[in-house]
Write a protein that binds this ligand. Structure first.
Ligand SMILES: Cc1cc2nc3c(=O)[nH]c(=O)nc-3n(C[C@H](O)[C@H](O)[C@H](O)COP(=O)(O)OP(=O)(O)OC[C@H]3O[C@@H](n4cnc5c(N)ncnc54)[C@H](O)[C@@H]3O)c2cc1C
Ligand code: SF4
Ligand code: SF4
Length: 690
C-alpha cells in the first residue's frame, strides 16, 4: 500500500474518491512534464465525453491541439500497457479529442474579477502563452508582446505546416486569448518598447519567454552567402508563406529534428536532391527515428561523419560545401567534443546550404536593462524562483532551459506564473516540486491475464503524396478508432480500494478477482496500482467494503435515478449496457432509444452489483442487462460473472415473492446499437412471461 489504510470515514469525507489518485500518479501522468491527468482524459474519451476530456487536458496544458500533433509524448514511453502489448496512443487521442472539440467547444473559466496587477510577457511561444493563461486564471491582467505578426512562437514560425497546420495552432491561441490575455503582435521588445519602459508603463512584473531566437552558425568562409540559410530564417520564410529562394541541390547541415524539418521542407519546395550531412553516425544522430524514416521515404539522403569547413563559391554561386572527416563526436564522458581528420577533405556539391546545427537565445533586447549575465554569457537566472538578477523580471521556457519541447516549455510557463503570483502576493517564492509516488510496472503474472487489444494505427499518407504539398502527413483517428484506443487504457491507479473498517475478511474478493490482486491478511488488501478496475470485487463484496477510486460511490445508482427521471410516464425499464463497443452517441445518450427504456452505459457490466439491479426495480418496472458475449468484453470472465449476478438477483426476487422475470440478461452488447436495441425489446417481451 502506498498510503495509510482507507476507512469508510475517509471515504465519507471525500467529495469524490478520485482525490485518492492524487497520492499516486499513473506513469503516464508522472512522465508528462505538465502532469496532465492522462488516465482521466482517456477514460472520458472512452465514454464519448469529448468536451469534458479536453477540459481535463487544458486544465494543465494550454497547447492541447499543438501537443496532440507534435508532442514527443514521454507519457507513451512510460505507459504500462507496454507490459501487456503496446503503449496506448496517448498523443493521438489528445489530437483526436482536442481537434474534435476545437477552441469553442471547451470551457473558458475566467475568474469573476480580473483586476490584479498587470504583467508583461515577452514572447508568445508555448512558455509565454502558458504563463499568460495561468496568470489570467489567477486574476492578473497579462499582456504578451510578440515581435512577429502572429502569435505562437516556434510552432507558428518554424514547425512545418505538414506537421502542424496553422488552424490547429490557432485553436490553442484563440482559447488562451479568450481568458482575458492581451496579445500585442509586431512588438519587438528592445526597439520602441524596452524592458525598463515596460516597468515604467506600470507592469508589476515582466516575464522573459523569448526562446531560442537565433540559429547557430559557424564562422566559415562565405557563410553570409544569400543561399546559405540559418535554419530558423529558412523555416520562417515558409511558415509565413514566403518562398525562400533555393536551387535544385540542397545540403542541410545537421542531424537533429530541426534539420529533418528543413530537409523535408526543401523536398516539398521542389529541390531535385536534398541531403543532410552531420557529424554523427546513424546511431548517434539526435533526430527521432520516425522523423528520419519519413525523411528517407521522402527522398532525403544522409551523409554521416563529416563536418563543414567552407562554403565553396564559383562565380558568385555556391558550388559545394567543403567538409572534413569526423573521427569521433563524443568524448569518454559522453560530452560533445568532435575530433576531426583534417587529411580527409571532401567537397559535397550543392547550390544551397541550410545550417541546422542548433539554436541560441538572443539577449540583444536585454541591453541597457540592468539584467546580469553569468560567466558563460547566459542570462543570470535562479531556477528555484524563476527570477533573473532583477526580482520583478522573471524568465521561462528555452531562454533559460536547455532546448526541449513544446510541453516542457508549457510546464515552465505554468511554473513562472506561480512564481510571479507568489512574489506579488507574498514577496517570497517557495516551490514544493516533490511529485506524488509513481505507480510501478505490472508484474508479468498480472500482465499475462490482461486481455490484449491491438493499438489503433494512424494512417500516414504515402511518401509520393506527402512531398507533393504541405498537407498533413498523418491523419487523425476516426471516432470509432479513438474510442477503441481509449478503451485499451487500463486506468492505472483508478482501481479498487478496501475500506478496512468495513471488511469482514470473507475472501470473496480473492475468489472473484480474475487478476489475482486481492490478498487477505487481517483484512483484505487490494493494491490499487495492480488492480485492473474491472469492478467485480466491488460489485460482489457482501460488506460493501470496496470502492473504486475512479468512480463516485453509488455512481450506478445515481446515474440510474437520473436516467429514469427523464422517462415519460408509463412503463419504465432500465437497461444496463456494457459499453465496450458502444459509440460516443450511445454513451452520451444521443443514439436511437427504445420507448420507455432508460439506458445506462457501463464500462463493463462487471461493475453492476445485485444491489444496483434491485435498486433499479424501486424506480422502474424491469431491468435488462446487456453484456458483451464471452471473451468480447475488456475483462476476462465478465459474461459469466454478470450472468451469475443476474441469476442471484432473480432468486432473491423469487424468494421474496416478486416476479423474477423482471430482470433479464442478454449478451449482445458487442453487436452494436441495433443488436442492443433488439436485445432490449426481446428481453422486455420475456418479462411478463410466467
Ligand atoms: C524547427 C523546430 C521544430 C520543432 N519541433 C518540435 C516538435 O515537433 N515537438 C516539440 O515538442 N517541440 C519541437 N520543437 C521545440 C519547441 O518548438 C520549443 O521547445 C518551444 O517552442 C519553446 O518554447 P518557448 O516559448 O520557450 O520559445 P519559442 O517557441 O521560441 O517562443 C519565443 C517567442 O518569443 C518571441 N520573441 C523573441 N524575442 C522577442 C522580443 N525581443 N520581443 C518580442 N518577442 C520576442 C519569438 O518571436 C517567439 O515567438 C521544435 C523546434 C524547432 C526549432
Ligand atoms: S494504461 Fe492508461 S493510465 Fe496506464 S499508463 Fe497507459 S495511458 Fe496511463
Ligand atoms: S476491481 Fe477487479 S481487478 Fe481490481 S481487485 Fe477487484 S476484482 Fe480484482
Amino acid at each position: 500500500m502506498a498510503h495509510s489504510d482507507l476507512t469508510s470515514r475517509d471515504v465519507a469525507s471525500l467529495a469524490n474518491p478520485a482525490g485518492l489518485m492524487e497520492n499516486q500518479y499513473a506513469p503516464c501522468r508522472w512522465a508528462c512534464p505538465v502532469h496532465a491527468d492522462v488516465r482521466t482524459y482517456i477514460q472520458l474519451v472512452a465514454e464519448g465525453r469529448f468536451a469534458e476530456s479536453v477540459d481535463v487536458i487544458r486544465n494543465r496544458l494550454a497547447f492541447a491541439c499543438v501537443c496532440g500533433r507534435v508532442c514527443h509524448h514521454p507519457c507513451e514511453k512510460n505507459c504500462r500497457r507496454q507490459d501487456v502489448d503496446e503503449a496506448v496512443a496517448i498523443r493521438e487521442l489528445k489530437r483526436f479529442v482536442a481537434e474534435k472539440v476545437g477552441s469553442s467547444g471547451c470551457t473558458v473559466s475566467r475568474p469573476e474579477t480580473q483586476n490584479k496587477a498587470r504583467v508583461a510577457i515577452v514572447g508568445s511561444g508555448p512558455a509565454g502563452m502558458s504563463a499568460a493563461l495561468e496568470l489570467a486564471r489567477k486574476g492578473y491582467r497579462p499582456t504578451v508582446f510578440e515581435k512577429h505578426h502572429l502569435a505562437g512562437g516556434i510552432p507558428m514560425t518554424a514547425i512545418p505546416k505538414y506537421r502542424l497546420p496553422r488552424d490547429v495552432l490557432q485553436m490553442d491561441v484563440d482559447w488562451i486569448v479568450a481568458h482575458g490575455v492581451e496579445v500585442v503582435t509586431g512588438a519587438e521588445i528592445g526597439k520602441e518598447r524596452t524592458l525598463p519602459s515596460l516597468l515604467k508603463d506600470g507592469f508589476a512584473a515582466v516575464i522573459l519567454a523569448t526562446g531560442l531566437a537565433s540559429s547557430r552558425m559557424l564562422p566559415l568562409p562565405n557563410i553570409n552567402h544569400p543561399r546559405v540559410y540559418p535554419v530558423l530564417d529558412f523555416l520562417r520564410e515558409l511558415a509565413f508563406d514566403r518562398q525562400p529562394a533555393i536551387g535544385s541541390d540542397v545540403l542541410v547541415v545537421g542531424g537533429g529534428n530541426v534539420a529533418m524539418d528543413a530537409a523535408r521542407s526543401a523536398v516539398r519546395l521542389g529541390a531535385r536532391r536534398v541531403r543532410a550531412v552531420c557529424l554523427e553516425n546513424e546511431q548517434e544522430m539526435p533526430a527521432w527515428e520516425w522523423e528520419r524514416t519519413e525523411a528517407l521515404e521522402e527522398g532525403v539522403t544522409f551523409i554521416h561523419r563529416r563536418g563543414p569547413v567552407e562554403v565553396v563559391t564559383d562565380g558568385g554561386s555556391i558550388r559545394a560545401l567543403r567538409t572534413r572527416g569526423v573521427k569521433s563526436v563524443f568524448d569518454a564522458d559522453k560530452r560533445f567534443n568532435p575530433q576531426y581528420d583534417d587529411s580527409d577533405i571532401q567537397d559535397l556539391e550543392c547550390d544551397t546550404v541550410v545550417f541546422a546545427i542548433g539554436q541560441a537565445p538572443d539577449f540583444a533586447f536585454t541591453h541597457d536593462s540592468g539584467l546580469e549575465m553569468d560567466s558563460r554569457g547566459r542570462l543570470a537566472f535562479n531556477p528555484l524562483t524563476q527570477q533573473t538578477s532583477m526580482p520583478n523580471i522573471f524568465a521561462c521556457g528555452e531562454i533559460v532551459t536547455p532546448p526541449g519541447s513544446v510541453v516542457e516549455a508549457c510546464a515552465s510557463g505554468v511554473r513562472v506564473a506561480a512564481a510571479v503570483d507568489m512574489h506579488l502576493q507574498t514577496g517570497s517564492i517557495r516551490f514544493n516540486d516533490a511529485l506524488p509516488e509513481k505507480i510501478g510496472t505490472i508484474p508479468a503474472v498480472t500482465a499475462g491475464k490482461v486481455l490484449k487489444f491491438q493499438r489503433q494505427a494512424v494512417d500516414i499518407a504515402p511518401a509520393n503524396e506527402r512531398v507533393a504539398g504541405w498537407s498533413e502527413v498523418d491523419h487523425n483517428l476516426t471516432e470509432e478508432a479513438a474510442l477503441g484506443e481509449a478503451r485499451r487504457c487500463m486506468g492505472c491507479g483508478g482501481g479498487a480500494e478496501v475500506m478496512v473498517d468495513k471488511c469482514a475478511a470473507c475472501m470473496t474478493c480473492v475468489r472473484v478477482c480474475p487478476f489475482g490482486i486481492p490478498k487477505v491478511t487481517d483484512v483484505a488488501r487490494i493494491d490499487s496500482a495492480l488492480c485492473q478496475s474491472c469492478g467485480i470485487c466491488i460489485a460482489e463484496c457482501p460488506a460493501g467494503a470496496i470502492i473504486s477510486r475512479s468512480l463516485p460511490v453509488g455512481d450506478v445508482q445515481m446515474r440510474t435515478r437520473h436516467a429514469v427521471e427523464l422517462l415519460p410516464a408509463g412503463r419504465k425499464i432500465v437497461a444496463y449496457i456494457g459499453g465496450f463497443k458502444a459509440s460516443a452517441a450511445d454513451w452520451v445518450g444521443q443514439s436511437e432509444s427504445v420507448e420507455g427504456v432508460a439506458k445506462v452505459y457501463l464500462a463493463s457490466t462487471t461493475r453492476l452489483a445485485v444491489s444496483d439491479m434491485l435498486h433499479a426495480l424501486t424506480l422502474a418496472d424491469g431491468v435488462v442487462v446487456v453484456g458483451c458475449g464471452q471473451g468480447l468484453d475488456r475483462y476476462p470472465q465478465s459474461a459469466g460473472r454478470t450472468s451469475l449476478r443476474v441469476d442471484h438477483a432473480r432468486r432473491l426476487l423469487q424468494s421474496a415473492g416478486f416476479n423474477a422475470n423482471a430482470v433479464q440478461i442478454s449478451l449482445a452488447a458487442h453487436e452494436g446499437l441495433a443488436g442492443v436495441n433488439e436485445a432490449i425489446r426481446q428481453a422486455i417481451s420475456q418479462m411478463s412471461q410466467p
